[in-house]
Each structure stands twice: as C-alpha cells, then as structure tokens.
Design a protein around this ligand. Structure first.
Ligand code: NAP
Length: 322
C-alpha cells in the first residue's frame, strides 16, 4: 500500500508517499481503507524533530492521526463492525496511509451524509476542541474568547461554545472576519492591543478564554480578569506552570463517544467545518499540504484525500471476513 514515510528529520521535502506492506489486523482489530486523513500543525513539530525529546520519531516514521474510511476486513473479536461500515478514528503517526489496522474500540461509525473530509478531522481537531470547551465550561449568556477561531481547533471550539449559549468572540485575521461572523462568532483581530479590543467588545468582562495559539493569549486573558480555572491553552505550557490554567487537549476527549457526538452535530448542521484545501495522495501534494499548514493561515482544515469514495465495498482479494 501507499503511506507517508520520512526517514530523517527535516522540512516538507523529507516526506514521501512510499510503498510499504499493508498491515494485517489482529483478532481484536479491523482493517480500514482510509478515504481522508487530516493534517495538523503538531505533525510538523514531530517531523522537524522539535519534539524529539518527548515524542521521538522511529524511522522510517509514518504521519497523520485523525482519519475517516471504511472497514475492509474484520477480526474474529470485532462483532461491532462489518465490512463496508464507514468509520472515523485516530491512528497516531500512521493515518496517512491507504490502510490502517486498529482496535475496534478506537473507531466510531461515521454518519452516512457526512463528507469524508470533514469526518476525517473529528478525532483530532474536533476532540481537542471538545476537551478545551469542557475545561472552560461555557454557560449560556457568558462571554467566551476563542483564539485563532478560524483555525482547525478554533473553528470547532468557537461553535461548541456557541452551542452552549455563550456569546463567543473569536480572534482571527482579516480574511476570516466574514466567515466567523456568518457562524455567529464575533471576530476580532489578533495581535498587538488585543486586550483593548476585547475590552471594547465585552465591556461587561470576559468569563472564559480558550487559547489555541499561544503568543501571549493566556497573559492577555489573566490581564482581563479571567479566572485561571476558566482558561485553557493547547500550547502555552509556561502559562500553565505560571498561572495554573488548564491544558486539556485531544488526549482528554479521545473516545468514540466524543467522536460520535461531534459527528452527529456536524451531520445535523449544528456545527460546520470548512475544508480549506484537499490534497491528493502524492509526494508532491503531501509536501505542499504541509507547506500550507506551516503558514498557520487557514479557514478550517486541510485534508489529504487518500482514496475515492467506495461505491460498493468488497473484501480485499486476499482478505477473509472472519
Ligand atoms: N495536544 C493536542 O492534542 C493537540 C491537538 C490538535 C492541535 N493541537 C495544537 O493546537 C494548536 C492549534 O492547532 P490548529 O490545528 O487549530 O492550528 P491551525 O489550524 O494551524 O491554526 C491556524 C490559525 O491560527 C491563526 N493565527 C495565525 N497567527 C496567529 C496569531 N499570531 N495569533 C492568533 N491566531 C493566529 C490563523 O488565523 P487567520 O488564518 O485568521 O489569520 C489560523 O486560522 C496547535 O499548536 C496544535 O499543535 C494540540
């Protein structure tokens, strides 16, 4: 099968779509044909070796986490899944591949009407936003700020906070003002003097702050009087130590129940996730995808399209449904 591999730390040029052996599922696993796999900025840190102390690569290393696909082979101990089931899940550092084998407890069913690209972002950015929102616990009528609100995690988090009845202010660049406003989120420019702009927008004060970008956002929130237990940051570990704010992320919402809940909200149109770009599964396109992710300018998510939609799913020629 084809899968993303890199054999040394470096820039996007170290990424290749290579031929590798197809994984064989164990008895408690299913084999999934991946249709769409998300890209995430954290994957750049791993590939560049910036996180090597905490999360070293094991060469040849794979890439990708959250994905959507369909079951092509089941194990003897996976009664909940059948060939052809459309699923979402997470396969750390190996989702950008034509096939992944993983435990049935690491999958949730994908609603039929939900696009593959959007579904492929749920277990990563979606779950991360879910954990961030749960930590800050927005209430109806409260004012909540979400930083980088048009980014992958931010666009989920801002809408989840809105669904709870909060008045949500989202920081963004000029290109995303209209998009956020259309989602009922009050846009405001990030950058110098953010505290002043937030005071103007929320004269009654800010109740909670969901930081998905760092760059001093937590300090700004503290200056604005937000209580540390109503602040979550995904990235500012120094602020976590200094102020005791939350740092809940994907690991704290890493369950099929959360993925199903998000998938239902998306399928019902209660939240939406724009797909900024779709890339084909070639070396050139994968490298370009990560150049684009590295700009940290986006509306929603960038996704790799690994395979076409299945019209009628058949077992693989050399697979047996056990
Ligand atoms: N630990 C975990 O489980 C986990 C999981 C997922 C993500 N994360 C982390 O969470 C963070 C967010 O991830 P993501 O996927 O949402 O990132 P992303 O999609 O790359 O975020 C891009 C957004 O950042 C905004 N931005 C750019 N410069 C900014 C600035 N100076 N201040 C505020 N916003 C700025 C951009 O706004 P405009 O385009 O509007 O200019 C863009 O929409 C990353 O650090 C990622 O590594 C952690």
């Amino acid at each position: 099968m084809k899968a993303v591999r890199f054999t040394r730390y470096g820039g996007p040029e170290v990424l290749d779509v290579a031929e590798v052996p197809r994984p064989a599922p164990a008895a408690d696993e299913v084999l999934v044909a991946v249709v769409a796999a998300a890209t995430n900025p954290g994957e750049i840190g791993i590939r560049e070796g910036r996180y090597a102390t905490m999360w070293p690569a094991h060469f040849p290393e794979g890439q990708g986490n959250d994905f959507a696909g369909y079951v092509v082979e089941t194990g003897t101990a996976t009664p909940a899944f059948h060939i052809g089931d459309e699923v979402i899940g997470i396969a750390p550092r190996r989702a950008q591949a034509e096939y992944v084998a993983l435990g049935a407890h690491r999958l949730a069913l994908k609603p039929a009407g939900l696009s593959w690209e959007v579904a492929g972002t749920i277990a990563g950015a979606g779950a991360t936003a879910w954990a961030s929102v749960a930590a800050v616990n927005p209430q109806a009528g409260e004012t909540i700020v979400v930083s980088a609100a048009a980014g992958g995690v931010g666009i989920y988090a801002a809408q989840l906070a809105r669904l709870r009845g909060a008045d949500v202010i989202g920081t963004c660049g000029a290109a995303n003002f209209e998009r956020l406003a259309a989602l009922g989120i009050r846009p405001v420019h990030y950058g110098p003097d953010l505290a002043r702009r937030l005071r103007d927008l929320a004269p009654g004060g800010i109740d909670g702050f969901i930081d998905t970008f760092g760059a001093g956002n937590v300090t700004t929130a503290i200056e604005l009087g937000v209580q540390p237990h109503r602040i979550n940051t995904l990235i500012d570990h120094e602020a976590v130590r200094r102020f005791g704010v939350h740092s809940k992320a994907q690991e704290q919402a890493d369950t099929p129940e959360v993925w199903s809940a998000l998938a239902t909200l998306l399928a019902r149109g209660e939240i939406s996730v724009p797909i900024a770009d779709v890339y084909s599964f070639t070396t050139d396109d994968v490298r370009q995808a990560y150049r684009d992710v590295g700009t940290r300018r986006v509306t929603g998510k960038r996704v790799l399209r690994i395979a076409p939609s299945p019209e009628r799913v058949r077992p693989l020629a050399d697979s047996v449904e056990r």
